[in-house]
Write a protein of this length. Sequence first.
Length: 381
Amino acid sequence: MADRARNNVRRMRETRMMTAKRLSVESGVSQSTISKVERGGAALTEDVASKLARALSTTPEVLMGGAGDVESTVFFRSMSAATKSARVALRARSDMVDAIVAELDAILDFPSFNVPTIGAEAVDEISEIGIERAANELREAWGLGDGPITNLVASAEAHGVVVCMFPFGVETLDALSRMGSTSRPVAMVNTELGNAFRWRFDVAHELGHMMLHRGIPGIDAVPSDVRKVIESQGHRFAGALLLPEGPFRDSLIGLSLEDFKMAKSTWGVSIQAMVRRAYDIGLLDESQYTSRQVAISRKRWRKSEPYDGERMPEAPTLLRTCVSLAVREGLLDVKALMARCGVPVDVFEDIIGVPRGFVSSGGFWAASKVEVRPKGDLRLV
């Protein structure tokens, strides 16, 4: 328990983006005591836990719980623009997601994880042709056909990918993904940025990391130029997955921005992403691509495009369904789950996908269409 508490004090501090010095000032606990607790050199007493919990907006039970550290590669979008504290905070939150998933995975049968891997052992082994093939392979594995994907989040969850969407509290990170301790992947998307079109593309990008980069060792330690290649490959995969070459090509009436605007609602992809995809597959040459980028800037479409507000976001439901089922079946108590996983209530609500205040109100845990069942029991829908 001491080891778990040590890990979770640090994790909670990182999640709140607080330095040890700031936590010391706000809690009244000396910085040396905080340091000793986080390193495992001192036990977390009830008095210290109570003071730290108040400063960290959580409970002593949460600080005393929490899973141990899990080694897992994390892929960050917009990593070059993100501060170290933002990356550390979101990695800590992904640890919390992983802890929740591990608890639920022990009592429930999740949908089977079905994301193929291309088996690459190095980034430079991944070609553009290989990325196109990988996107087609995922469509085939998931039975998506070759047309527009109606709901990518629902498809991902139905094949065992855990998706979380909530405001990250930072504007320099779009999304992240990781393989968890149960080898079940997690994708987290920042809803503080963008809109339904952008979030959908973010999910496709993270699926690209899961498929293209899962088998590459030591990817956390690669230099920044290689990270840029990795991100570029994720973008190429997302475009190929959401806009398969033949059907996308055939659907376009022309190649003007107005033609891409007309196709936006059909494919569920932004105009900017479609222009890039058209360039990637040779529909636009360098000069044509540049001219359209200039026109997009002139129209002020960089941050806001036509129809951005007309598509409903694809909301994740898998974790909410799992918690709902486990509560209904008497398999877990939500507050006990949060304490065991070391997750404060506001973060838990974000991760599960329910409104703030839902847990304290004792709200009804509505189910969804995602199929989950208790282990060893009959299938429940």
